[in-house]
Design a binder for this molecule. Structure first.
Ligand code: SF4
Ligand code: SF4
Length: 323
């Protein structure tokens, strides 16, 4: 069965919600695969780069993708390291697409973008030129701008991880990035991993940044982070279903659950990462967050606004035991 048709996507999500509510089915929905740990950059905040330097061969990744598919995922984020360093990236993506899964590529944007079929490309941009270059290396911001000029028709999105370094630049970033060929701007919050905790924002600062992004959505419609996510930031009752996520590290280890866990013990109170929260809201069929997922060719032609409220309420019964 394939799910790249948008009506099938929403039916699949509703089916999974039903299985969750009735049978506590907590199989994953979104997978992140770190196909390499090698990277051409050495960002100041990076917790992953070069911790594993040996890439698994293509056949191993094909097997892993088969497992991901069988376990229920229908969205795969291909990341690294820098995934475009792999010469067989096209074959990895093709294997994902052949299964009918949605494929999003994460890149630092400093290399040529692939010319094969992808549902979306997320480019990490950490601030205006000075801050971005301070974190990622001199000249990297300009290289991304060149990349965006070279590939104006690609389905590219910026993803900005907010931290002490760039929190004061939110509006400046929105202004600059809105004038590029990016299709949308996504905001995230840095998790306080032990080696970067000094850069992370306090709860009050995160709430204030999220409110600012929410207000700026009127002025900069390219901002696509969902209203529901931005309102949930810093709130004690925010909902995260870590079991929606599957992480495969570069050595092929599969972790089902919180993406922090392979590195250290998760601290949910200090976590406002969009991966867990937007995925959970999308799974809850929250209208604003489903619109967020619409952007990546998921549910593209299906208009969630046509669903009656009772149908959404029915599918949004929360299962308190699993959280
Ligand atoms: S581009 Fe990504 S993987 Fe590479 S060093 Fe920076 S954060 Fe780490
Ligand atoms: S809130 Fe963050 S740390 Fe907690 S389970 Fe979700 S992703 Fe993990």
């Amino acid at each position: 069965m394939t799910f790249n048709n948008s009506v099938l996507d929403i039916l699949y999500l509703m089916y999974r919600r039903l299985r969750y509510v009735l049978f506590s089915d907590s199989s994953p929905v979104v997978a992140s695969i770190k196909i390499t740990q090698r990277c051409n950059l050495h960002c100041a905040h990076c917790t992953w780069v070069n911790k594993v330097t040996h890439d698994l061969p293509l056949d191993s990744w094909k097997n892993i993708i088969d497992i991901i598919y069988k376990r229920g995922c229908f969205v795969v984020f291909v990341e690294g390291g820098e995934p475009t360093l792999r010469k067989d990236l096209a074959e990895i993506v093709k294997h994902i697409k052949n299964k009918g899964m949605v494929c999003v590529l994460f890149t630092n944007g400093t290399r040529k973008l692939p010319d094969f079929d992808l549902d979306a490309i997320w480019i990490s941009i950490d601030g205006t030129e000075k801050s971005h270059d301070n974190i990622r290396g001199k000249g990297t911001y300009r290289r991304i701008m060149d990349t965006l000029r070279d590939y104006p028709d690609k389905n590219t999105y910026s993803i900005t991880t907010l931290s002490k370094v760039n929190a004061a630049e939110i509006e400046a970033m929105c202004r600059e990035l809105s004038s590029t060929s990016l299709k949308g701007l996504i905001f995230n919050f840095m998790y306080p991993y032990q080696d970067v905790s000094q850069l992370t924002l306090s709860k009050e600062e995160r709430i204030s940044c999220a409110r600012q992004v929410l207000d700026l959505k009127q002025k900069y419609p390219k901002i696509v982070s969902s209203d529901s996510y931005l309102r949930a930031v810093g709130q004690p009752d925010k909902l995260c279903y870590p079991w929606l996520l599957l992480l495969v590290t570069a050595d092929g280890t599969i972790t089902h659950g919180c993406t922090v866990e392979p590195a250290e013990k998760p601290n949910c109170e200090a976590c406002d990462m969009m991966c867990g929260l937007e995925a959970t809201l999308g799974f809850e069929l929250d209208r604003a967050s489903v619109h967020f997922w619409n952007l990546f060719n998921i549910l593209t032609s299906f208009n969630i606004d046509h669903l009656p409220d009772w149908a959404l309420r029915l599918s949004s019964i929360r299962h308190k035991q699993i959280m």
